[in-house]
Design a protein around this ligand. Structure first.
Ligand code: ZN
Length: 70
């Protein structure tokens, strides 16, 4: 799609892009799969968007930078 078409096509594009399309709905807009973990540093309960490896420490957002450098 060229940007030049935007002006002339905007109406049409909107119509095509309206929600509730026929079966094209993506469930991707919902919340990600979060895993509740306890920060290994400060002990706060936090959630991470990935599955922490068992036996490995998990840090909250605040502590993570402190442990990033290995
Ligand atoms: Zn922490």
């Amino acid at each position: 799609m060229a940007f030049n078409d935007r002006r002339g096509n905007s109406n049409n594009f909107r119509g095509n892009n309206s929600r509730g399309g026929s079966g094209g709905f993506r469930g991707n807009t919902g919340p990600r799969e979060m895993t509740k973990v306890t920060c290994s540093d400060c002990g706060v309960e936090t959630e991470v968007p990935f599955k922490p490896t068992e036996g490995r420490p998990v840090y909250c957002r605040d502590c993570l930078p402190n442990h990033r450098k290995f």
